[in-house]
Write a new protein. Structure first.
Length: 192
């Protein structure tokens, strides 16, 4: 006799396996209330500061520059400069947090905007142009000494691995051992 799992239970098991696989990525965040939201930049709530400076990057990420957001440009249909990936908005966002989030998904670009918004993408829109550095002038919500973009302006970083080779973007998969552990735990939970 074959054992079958109802669709709702199967969906819950897959969600649990997915969340377990993402735990290392989420653990890099110091926020305990991380949640994805729809993000809209609004110039009325953030405050500019003269003490924030551009974070130069890490061993794995290089600072590209301040780039314009493309949502309000003609013929973009509201698409973002970093549109082909995921986004996160956290009340205590830092550059390191965003870079870790994007690295966990194997993305080539990471961008911060409006103090707490993080965007990860494989591509930077060709319509996004480099802006003067002073346009990216808002401090990160979680570290006021770092710049996290501006109003319709992104502080953009690129994964150094994406610049190697023949010009193709390199996407690194999530650690196979973490993914295998997540799947194994999810299957065990489904069978018990």
């Amino acid at each position: 006799m074959a054992f079958s799992i109802p669709n709702a239970a199967r969906s819950i098991c897959m969600l649990i396996a997915f969340l377990v696989a993402l735990l290392p990525c989420l653990a890099q965040s110091s926020s305990t209330t991380a949640s994805s939201t729809s993000i809209a930049s609004s110039p009325s709530a953030a405050t500019k500061t003269a003490t924030a400076s551009v974070y130069p990057g890490t061993a794995k990420w290089e600072y590209v520059g301040c780039q314009n957001e493309t949502t309000l440009m003609n013929n973009t249909n509201g698409l973002r400069a970093l549109n082909s990936g995921v986004s996160e908005s956290l009340p205590l966002m830092t550059v390191d947090m965003c870079l870790g989030y994007c690295a966990g998904g194997g993305y080539a670009f990471a961008g911060l905007e409006y103090t707490k918004e993080c965007y990860c993408s494989q591509l930077l829109s060709a319509l996004s142009a480099k802006l003067p550095e002073e346009k990216c002038d808002l401090p990160c919500a979680g570290n006021s000494s770092q710049v996290c973009g501006g109003s319709l302006a992104l502080t953009v970083y690129t994964a150094k691995s994406s610049k190697e080779g023949t010009g193709f973007t390199v996407r690194r998969p999530m650690s196979s051992s973490v993914l295998a552990l997540g799947i194994a735990l999810g299957v065990l939970l489904c069978l018990t």
